[in-house]
Ligand binder design. Structure first.
Ligand code: PEP
Ligand code: MG
Length: 563
């Protein structure tokens, strides 16, 4: 690739980042069958044994740094790397003349087959074993190490085909200048994660994984451009403009409100207690979406009630007097939980067993989660709200709300993220205590565009007037029954769209914490009437992009935020 090229994708997390590219390697190519080494067998055996030991040491060190569940997972992986049987298997092949990388590949292959054949929990360890194999082969061959680096001389631009939550569990924010992924759309988990971490990000960037390792890249997370080997003057200009905007934002503080005093509580989306510091630092008035499944993504077994209760209590305790909306487990599709598997292979997981549907299948898990929530909520100074994801029918909503009320959880609501729920919001509003619109899934289902498929990323745009119509239906339905209707999808993190949502009748906005100052500043520069006019203009447009243009034309205060 031309080292001075400019690549383009969707800018999904504003800000500018500059650094050398670290390409996240998915897998290491198989060492050629029959490859042989020169020299002494003993030296080759030592090379292999040293590489395995270094991999084990590294996994342990990373675990110690991360702590918690990640430490258990990485510690178990280190033990696998030190398995004496494996080392013997490698040595035997080396004694037959096979080069160390190939000997490692073959010896691991045998173990891999055994684990896979054992099924269940053991079969799920195959990916861990592959990771150790790839790391060892990378060391032996000088290929870049797979996975995210945990040390670097300067912050790097992390480039990958896509980023899974597991890839980024150990990511050190201070070492990452920006994310660039070849796949993914604005509602992919890379985008959500980037905004949650405040890392500039570009997704759906064609050609990203062909950028050479170590190439310096300048990433503009607003416009979606990725400039390779840019001149210093361009770097200074972009980083300078980003810093000036940051300063303007830090000047806007306090509760969310339009310029004429219409209160719009601004809440944080979190994945667990670890995100509280950022939520508080960015002035969140509470939590609008606690994605509880994020606590357990790397877990093989269901968490105990005690463990859950502690995590929920930590979050409640952070917001005395504030609303804390906890979403029950949204397992399935893009957020699979090993302990809540679907019944079988699903050709379209987004349309399969996920969210509340899993609680139908695993009622004991619902009982355990609601029980833990009720105990954490008892006596808390926060205002605990509980809601279910993926609700399609009035019957499901009634079932969930009754279960919450029976468990002693008084404020129970649902997410509006399936078009049927938005269309029937007026009926749903009579059986629930509140709504929260999940615009990521609502957009996915309204436009039939899988949020994990970058080929349809241009359709995954919550600005589409069809999505705005569904949001308006939900907000009207809630208002008719005197209930609140927030937005907790990523649409709320777009400061321009946030104004439109308020104009559509949305009563609170929840987002990844770093977006809070942007939304606070944008709302504070406009009246409620201006927001309503912008909403009418957007709904009258023919497409997502003209809807955005039409809304912007009615929101003059955006200019001083550089939006
Ligand atoms: C949504 O769908 O908008 C939402 C907030 O839920 P998630 O992104 O976790 O599916
Ligand atoms: Mg959702």
């Amino acid at each position: 690739m031309d080292t001075a090229a400019v690549l383009r994708g969707s800018g999904v997390s504003p800000g500018a980042g500059y650094g050398p590219v670290h390409l996240l390697v998915g897998s290491i190519p198989e060492p050629a069958p029959g490859s042989r080494y020169q020299g002494e067998a003993a030296a080759e055996r030592k090379r292999a044994a040293d590489a395995l030991e270094r991999v084990a040491d590294d996994l342990e060190a990373r675990g110690a740094k991360a702590g918690g569940a990640a430490q258990d997972v990485l510690g178990a992986q280190a033990m696998m790397a030190r398995d004496p049987g494996l080392e013997v298997g490698v040595a035997e092949r080396i004694d037959e003349g096979v080069a160390a990388p190939r000997a490692v590949f073959e010896a691991f292959g045998k173990y891999r087959d055994l684990l896979a054949a054992a099924g269940g929990y053991l079969a799920e360890r195959v990916a861990d074993l592959d990771d150790i194999r790839d790391r060892t082969i990378a060391l032996l061959t000088g290929l870049p190490m797979p996975g995210v680096p945990d040390s670097a001389a300067e912050p790097y631009v992390l480039v990958a085909k896509d980023l899974a939550p597991a890839d980024t569990a150990l990511l050190n924010r201070d070492l990452v200048a920006a994310f660039v992924t070849e796949d993914g759309g604005p509602t992919s988990h890379t985008a959500i994660l980037a905004r949650a971490m405040g890392v500039p990000a570009v997704v759906g960037c064609a050609g990203a994984t062909s950028i050479g390792q170590g190439t310096w890249a300048l990433v503009d997370g607003a416009s979606g451009s990725v400039r390779l080997s840019p001149p210093r003057a361009d770097v200074d200009a972009l980083l300078g403009a980003a810093a000036a905007r940051e300063a303007a934002l830090s000047a806007s503080t306090g509760p969310g409100t339009t310029s004429d005093g219409h209160a719009v509580p601004l809440l944080a989306n979190i994945g667990g207690p670890k995100d509280l510091e950022s939520a508080l630092a960015h002035g969140a008035e509470g939590v609008g979406l606690f994605r509880t499944e994020f606590l357990f993504l790397d877990r093989a077994d269901a968490p105990s009630e005690e463990e859950q209760e502690a995590a929920y209590r930590a979050v409640f305790d952070a917001f005395p007097g504030g609303r804390v909306v906890v979403r029950t487990l949204d397992a399935g599709a893009d957020k699979p939980l090993a302990f809540l598997p679907p019944s079988g292979e699903e050709p379209n997981p987004a349309l399969g067993e996920r969210g509340l549907r899993m609680f139908r299948k695993y009622p004991e898990m619902m009982e355990s989660q609601l029980g833990a929530l009720a105990r954490a909520a008892a006596g808390t100074a926060a205002l605990p709200y509980v809601m279910a994801p993926m609700v399609a029918t009035v019957e499901e909503a009634s079932w969930f709300v009754s279960a919450c009320h029976d468990a002693g959880l008084d404020t129970a609501g649902i997410m509006i993220e399936i078009p049927s729920a938005a269309l029937r919001a007026h009926q749903l509003a009579t059986v629930v205590d509140f709504f929260s619109i999940g615009t990521n899934d609502l957009t996915q289902y309204a436009l039939a565009a899988d949020r994990q498929v970058s080929g349809v990323a241009d359709l995954q745009d919550p600005w589409h007037p069809a999505v705005l119509d569904l949001i308006a239906l939900a907000a009207d339905g809630a208002a008719g029954a005197g209930k609140s209707c927030g937005v907790c999808g990523e649409a709320g993190a777009d400061p321009v769209l946030a104004c439109v949502l308020v104009g559509l009748g949305v009563t609170s906005l929840s987002m990844g914490s770093p977006a809070l100052p942007w939304v606070r500043a944008a709302l504070g520069r406009h009246t409620l009437e201006q927001c309503r006019t912008a909403a009418v203009a957007a709904r009258g447009a023919l497409s997502a992009s003209t809807a955005k243009d039409a809304a912007r034309a009615e929101l003059p205060g955006l200019a001083d935020l550089g939006l």
